[in-house]
Design a protein around this ligand. Sequence first.
Ligand code: SF4
Ligand code: SF4
Length: 418
Amino acid sequence: MLFCSFLDPLYFFTYTFLKQRVLIVTEEIPSEDLDRMLSRAARSFMIFIKPSGSLCNLHCSYCYYLEKKELYPDMESFRMPEALLEEYIIQHINASPEKTVRFSWHGGEPTVLGLDFFRMAVSLQKKHRPAGYHIANGMQTNGTLLDENWGRFLAKEGFYVGLSLDGPKEFHDIHRRTKKGKSSFEKTMHGYEILKKHGVSRDILCVVHNDNVKYPERVYHFFKDIEASYITFLPLVERSPETERGISERTVPSEAWGEFLCTVFDEWVSRDIGWIKVQIFEEAARTAFGQEHSLCIFRPTCGDVPVIEHNGDFYSCDHFVDPGHRLGNIQKTPLVELLESPAQRAFGLAKLKTLPRACLECDVREMCNGGCPKNRFLKTADGEENLNYLCSGYKSFFQHCRPWVEEVGVQWRKTKND
Ligand code: SF4
Ligand code: SF4
């Protein structure tokens, strides 16, 4: 029963109790802090902030964001103005339900804005950070513009940096090229060395496509050779309705994706646990500890990773930056309202509501949860819609690693009970 009568004793008790709590709360907490509490989002969120929109100094063939420029045909500058940057930072801090406020700078390529832009962003964060709050900055970059000054700044301000690198040169340069079609490998590696030299926390983001997927050992050994300590493998899936298979040539085949993960996992589990982290292995292991997935694609619902474009436009997700998923602009509607809006909630819930029966009955559902809705374009054996294109790959990998995950869970429970 959703509504209660004023005469309902339960309602009366609850109302009185809550009123007393509010009175106690309002007496104890300064009004400034109370305002902040009332304007917070109800759940944790991560925003992909794109202060340079889709601008990038490279022209990677598989980039899905370069074309977003067309959403703003009359835009003269893709540089977030300082006043809007400040407004965003204030709204983001106020909306955060935790005292550690995470910012995630994305593009395009955020470093094309220059170091001074980020010096300004950090100083605005410090200006508006309430006492007792901690700011954590993350940046996703192709690394090609990083130099000593960037290295010093990122280290000093404690940035976490995700660097896009698709393995050794022969794989990286297949798709990650400059506008003139030249290699980007050397410059990316130079950026990586800068980060390493300055001790910046770094994560390698490796897109797994139809070429490098055939060489899991070569890709993984390359990352080990350069002393990568955190690796995220991102499977490339591109729809191409005009082709017979409905996907692009460079799309990773689903079974090959599964084999890639199994091969890397076998080496990691026998030699590298403890000194290399691989994101999807960590996600699988979370189920052993009964922890929520940290990655949206494996959670039952999503919608906690929206995008804010350079002009303040709010979109539901990085993979749904289109007019239908533009829910507003933070200059007109407060960020917290957009985060909590029925449309954003519905977007996140749809991930669960549209699961086909094959997923509901799947033996690795807890680990997979149907994957990202953007890739759900297959039919199940029963003819149901919405099966993930990567299903066979995910299934073979999660089934492969499950005995290890279960053993980890048993050991953990034993330690807990001792
Ligand atoms: S649509 Fe996919 S990428 Fe976007 S939030 Fe949902 S699971 Fe994550
Ligand atoms: S492995 Fe396949 S069937 Fe199982 S939850 Fe994932 S997408 Fe669904």
